[in-house]
Structures are given as C-alpha cells and as structure tokens.
Design a protein around this ligand. Sequence first.
Ligand code: AP5
Length: 223
Amino acid sequence: MNIIVIGPQGSGKGTQADLIGPKIGAAKLSTGDLFRAEIAAETPLGLRVKEILASGNLVEDELTLAIVDERLNTLASDGISSYIFDGFPRTTAQAVGLDQLLETRGQKVDAVIELTVPEDVLIERMSSRRVCSGCGANYNLAFQTTQRDDICDQCGGQLVQRPDDMPGAIRKRLQLYNDLTKPLLDFYGARGLVTTVDGNQDVERVQEAIVHALSAAAINSEA
Ligand code: AP5
C-alpha cells in the first residue's frame, strides 16, 4: 500500500510516518530527511540545497523527483515496494511526477492522509522542536525531557534547533503549504483518496485514527 501524509509543517507527518510505517510494512520516504542527509554528508546536492532548506523555501521539483526516484530504486533493490511518503509531494508537478514514478513500477497512490492542526499549535511545536545533530532523533521541549539537558538519549549527540524552525522560516513554510501543497488535497480528493485526521491530539490518538482510516481505505480498494 502506498500512502501519502499531507499536512502543514509541524503537523506530525514525520512522527506518524515513523510509527505507522513499521505497523503496515511500508518504508518511510521523507524528502526532508533525504535532503538533510545530503547536507550532513556535504555532497554536491547537499551543498546546493543547504540554503534553500534553511530559508524554508522548496527545493526545485526536478531535483526532488530525482532524489525520490533514486530512493525508490534503492528500496526496491532491498525488496521493499510499499511506501509512506512524508513531505512529498508538495506541488502539483511533484504529484504528477509521483504518479509517473509509481506507474513505471506498476504501482499507484492508494491513500492520502491529511493532518489538520491549528496554526498557533504548529508554530509552538516547531519552535520547541529539537533534533539530535548525531542521529537525527526528534524531541520536543514542550512535552519531552532528556536525561541530560540538550543531549540525545539515544546516541549522546548534541540537540540543536533546525535552521528552518526559526520564526521567519516558519512563516515562509506555512505560506508555501497553503499556496502550493494544500491544492493537492483537491488533486487526490477527486480520486476519493483523502481522509482528514485531527492532528491536534496525543500522538497515540492520531496514530489510532490513521490506522483506522487506512483499514477503511484498504477495504474500499478491495471492494
Ligand atoms: P521536512 O523535513 O519535510 O519538514 P516540514 O515539511 O517542514 O515538516 P516538519 O518536519 O516541520 O513537520 P512534520 O509535519 O513532519 O512534523 P513532525 O512530526 O516533525 O522538509 C524540510 C525542508 O526540505 C522543506 O522546507 C524544503 O526546503 C525541503 N523539502 C522537503 N521535501 C520537499 C519537497 N517535496 N519539495 C521541495 N522541497 C522539499 O512534528 C513536529 C514537532 O511536533 C516535533 O517536535 C514533534 O515531536 C511534535 N509533535 C508531532 N506530533 C505531535 C502531537 N500529536 N502532539 C504534540 N506534538 C507533536
């Protein structure tokens, strides 16, 4: 089953994709994670996109589709053919491109989960997020403490704030979501693929709601 999680920045797409992927046997494919890995490894692509990510702007569609294509090939060579897309697609061109990438592999998008969260909550979540500079683990100062201040419990790495979690970049990202990504709900809605889930609940409650929505989608696609 191939699933897309759509929602504004900070709505919990990554958190939920990490939890749900293993439950349904799908690999998480996060374009944000892929770009951040390139930046950390200082590859030519990473150097090219570093400033774009820090400013909160979107990477060009062509580059984004190319990195997704490459990742799908890697996953396929590992025998994985079920995906949960987090943060991709974000533009109509990317959605059309994803259809083509899946079609060439004899696949399609099976379900789209929209996460909704009020804007003031999104801003609060992003402002209090911290990530491990070593392993990338995600923490939130609003409801999580670590054993040692600013140190990752998992690997001992330093916790840092993402450059795009600064106020100016947050505003830019939310505006891009409304202008470029939200229209995809109509794109997939026309195919009857979208289920809206209230993302402003405990992580576990959101997870339950998504699992429920995916079970219904699986039944519908078999009917
Ligand atoms: P990306 O890494 O995808 O970031 P994003 O879209 O800005 O999304 P976030 O990671 O901020 O939010 P999320 O919804 O995943 O929430 P999360 O689970 O982390 O992209 C980064 C950049 O890469 C883009 O700006 C762009 O430059 C580039 N890029 C990526 N994809 C691209 C594409 N397709 N095209 C072009 N450019 C692209 O949760 C947020 C916080 O809230 C965390 O601290 C978490 O712990 C907390 N939280 C989560 N759920 C809950 C809950 N239920 N209750 C309370 N707190 C919660």
